[in-house]
Every structure is written in C-alpha cells, then in structure tokens.
Design a protein around this ligand. Sequence first.
Ligand code: 5AD
Length: 350
Amino acid sequence: MKREIYIAEGKSLYDVLSKPELDKKDIVYLLSLNDETEISQLFRKADSVRKEFCGDDVHLRGIIEFSNYCEQDCIYCGLRKSNKHLERYRMSIDEIIETARKIFSAGIKTVVLQSGEDFYYCKEDITRIIKSIKDNCDVAITLSLGERSFEEYNEWKSAEADRYLLKHETANEKLYSALHSHQKLEERLAHLKYLKSIGFQAGSGNIIGLPGQTIEDIADDILLCEEIDCDMCSFSPFIPSPETPMKNIPPADLNLTLKTMAVARIVLKNVHIPATTALSTLTPEGRKLGLNVGANVIMPNFTPDEYKDKYRIYANKKTYDPIEYVSELRQMIHSMGRKVGEDKGHSFKK
Ligand code: 5AD
C-alpha cells in the first residue's frame, strides 16, 4: 500500500523499519518510497541488517562464462537462440580448468561456472571439470548452467559442486511465460526446490524493470526468495540488448534497483546478495552503491579476453583486466571500512 494509507494509520517509516517481520504491504510501501531522506533511511537500515547478519566481509566470486550457446530464447537476453548476430564460442575443458586456476591464484575462493543452456557439455564433462578444479584448487564451485536434469544435479553434487544459481527472473507467472516461450515458472521453482533438497546452496533472484512488471511483482520476487529459502539472491537491473526484441525498452531505474536490494536485505537477512555486473553497467558507481545498500558479494569476471566480448547478455557489459580489477576492488572495499572475505563465503544458513 502507498504511503497515504500508512500516514492514515498513523504509521511512520521508522515504525515499518522497526517491525521484526515485513509483509507484502510493508514491502510495497518501502519499494514505493520516493522522498530522498526516507530512501536514505531505508538504505541505512539495510546496511545495518547486512552488518548484523553477514558482517563486514565482501566475498569475491570469480566467474567463467565458458559458453554463449543457448537452447533457450528468453526475450530479454542477448544469448537467446534466435540472436543470429552473436558469434558463438565454447571454451575447452582444459581452458576452463586453467581459468579456474587463475581465479584461485588471484586469492579468490569461489569459482562460478556459467554458460547459456548448452547441452554440448554432457553430465560427464561438467563432472570432470568440477573434479579437476576441486583436486587442484581449494575453492567452492558454483554452477550456473540453466535448467538441467535432476540426474545431472545429483551427479554434480556428488562430484562436490557446492552451489547452483538459477534465477526465477520474475515471480509473475504470466510475465514469466511471456518472456520465456518454452519455459514455465512452476518448472523453474521445481528445479530450485530440488537443488535445495539435495544439499546445494541455491541462488535465485529477479530482473528489475521488465515491461509490465509492477512494484507488487517485485515484492513477490523478494517473498519468493524467502519461500524457496535461498542461500543467495541476485536482484539485477534490466539492461536492453540491441540484439533482442526488447532493444527499445529503457534500462531499469537505478533507485528502484537499489531500493529492491535494500528491502531484500531487510526481509531476507542472512543471504548473500551481489552488487551485480548489471548494476555496474547501469552506473559506474554501481558496486559501491550496491555494497552500501545490503550487498556483500562481487563477482569479478575471469572469462578470457578472446571470449568475454561475446558473452553479450546485454549491451555495454563492463569488461576489464581481472587482476587489475580485483586489486582495485580490494582497495575500494578497504576504503569503505569493509574487508575481503578470506574464506569460501558459504551460505549463512548452514
Ligand atoms: N538485463 C539484465 N539481466 C539480464 N539477464 C539476462 N538478460 C538480461 C538483461 N537484458 C540475467 C538473467 C540471467 C542472468 C545470467 O543474466 O537474470 O539469469
């Protein structure tokens, strides 16, 4: 409900922020704040919840985008199968393992293996990659490979992969179906539940600023993350890709993105929330802004130079030298009075 109703009920922002549990009405109210002083109050509360439940550590996760082939056709994503303008690539198993070693050498304790939904890499290939990385480097492994079979999830868990990212993208079933012609929200949620049930630390989250998405939908996204009992939640701003049917849709509003992250931190408390690459693409200050409103994770990109320009989920994705980037990040994190996590940064829920 909008602020007028709260004022009519004699409730202030302070009252809402002091509640131990927030319901959907409260979340919608907080997401609708537009007074600068009130928004700052919201951000300060999110930062204090982050400090209380997650401490001052910022966890770095090195990401390898190892294939931009995708069987899916999500209309917002530049990797969609129908995008014929994108030059496709696949990294070899050896290249992936070598890149993971670089991440480990940079002092980063989590390797994220991400790709489009690419079944070229069979169950055994991914298992080989996981085992080889685990044998050579003391790191946690996060998989982000889209929807795969339950049998594959079982095998990769047995191979000691730690985490799986599979965003629900939007909790609005109709919007989900409109954006993903071949997929259903129900199916995605069944995968997330299964991943959790076999012991993966699971990550979900949404995209903010999708056409037709309401503030109520975003409140549902946050509540859905709570219901799934996510260990990690990513709330990223929509950025148009010129190679998709959504090329003319404006990028997400920065303030709405930050408010969503802040409210998510207040509601979800002990989860990992990244300051996403999409947020840094939206504004150069993105990482710092994100870390100040509840985020505690940053995911530096280690995809080799020859490939990274081709992993074009959206336009103007930031590219950089990962080693320089990580050293710059370390300085930034220290200058904010925070520190870089030295352990693997596992779920707070374990
Ligand atoms: N803008 C922002 N995020 C996007 N993703 C895909 N396309 C876009 C876009 N245009 C996100 C999805 C997916 C993740 C890998 O990238 O949330 O889960």
